[in-house]
Design a protein around this ligand. Structure first.
Ligand code: BT5
Length: 254
């Protein structure tokens, strides 16, 4: 028996032992008219996805592979900020439950000791100026032994258990994530994105760092100074301030 404290998130739960991708399942449910707050959670994903058709390693029973359907009254232009909202909520939850000292790397990663413990994938369906649905997918490495990570991510990934030095109760973390996500969503609906963006800045490990930006059409280096009201990362370079709305950012070792 679970004891969810969220009221809207999780009122409809689709639980799979194994699924291709919880985001795929959630998008199908959303397209079929499921209510806001519907969640999809799986013990394992066989084609877990990152951004830009990258993969997401999702072993059985060792993580939280979770997607949430939102039907926000926002503009499609606000979708990027929903990713930041989710990062703030999940970071609160992992730090509360695992005591892990994690921070947010722009835009969608949560890192501990410089290694990735959480990835977030936001996908949207919009028509004209209205959002039909947003699916926010979260992958949390909970009780993965670091030796289990496949070669290509072994050097960059870690798990909450590895950082905390003990197994982390998944159900408690899952409940906490839904509660924090619902609270952050209510804040945004009532007060706009400003409070959440301010908290994002406090939890950021990117601001104040030299970063390498790998955009879709350009790559450059600079000092990450701020995020703007759209959630774009502002990077100061020799030739001015660049505004990065999408792309990959790596933090240069000090
Ligand atoms: C992300 O993409 O970080 C978004 C990941 C979202 C996963 C969740 S799980 C539930 C839901 N259903 C899905 O199908 N997806 C979402 P990106 O920033 O593109 O990072 C992807 C990269 O992270 C990969 O190319 C690997 O290098 C690395 N990676 C893959 N699996 C990882 C893991 N478990 N932990 C840490 N790094 C990983």
């Amino acid at each position: 028996k679970t004891h969810l404290t969220s009221k809207v998130l999780g009122r409809e739960i689709h639980y799979f032992s194994e699924v291709d991708s919880t985001n795929n399942a959630a998008k199908k449910l959303a397209a079929g008219g499921c209510p806001e707050g519907t969640i999809v959670v799986a013990e394992a994903q066989n084609t877990g996805r990152g951004r830009l058709s990258r993969g997401w390693f999702s072993p059985y029973g060792k993580g939280i592979w979770l997607s949430v359907v939102f039907r926000p009254p926002f503009s499609p232009m606000d979708a990027a900020k929903c990713t930041l909202m989710a990062a703030v909520a999940v970071n609160r939850a992992v730090n509360a439950v695992a005591g892990a000292g994690c921070g947010i790397k722009w835009p969608n990663d949560i890192l501990c000791n410089g290694r990735k413990v959480v990835g977030i994938l936001t996908e949207m369906s919009a028509e004209m100026d209205a959002i039909n649905y947003i699916v926010i997918g979260m992958g949390i490495n909970v009780n993965i032994d670091p030796h289990e990570f496949p070669g290509e991510i072994a050097a960059t990934a870690t798990s909450l258990a590895a950082v905390a030095g003990c197994q982390i109760p998944r159900l408690k973390l899952f409940t906490e994530i839904l509660a924090e996500l619902e609270s952050a969503y209510n804040t945004v609906k009532n007060f706009g994105f400003a409070p959440v963006l301010a908290e994002w800045k406090n939890q950021s490990i990117t601001l104040g760092q030299q970063v390498d930006v790998h955009g879709i059409d350009r790559s450059f280096t600079g000092l990450a100074t701020d995020i703007d009201d759209d959630g774009a990362l502002l990077v100061t370079t020799a030739s001015g301030v660049a505004r990065v709305l999408a792309g990959d950012v790596s933090i240069r070792p000090a």
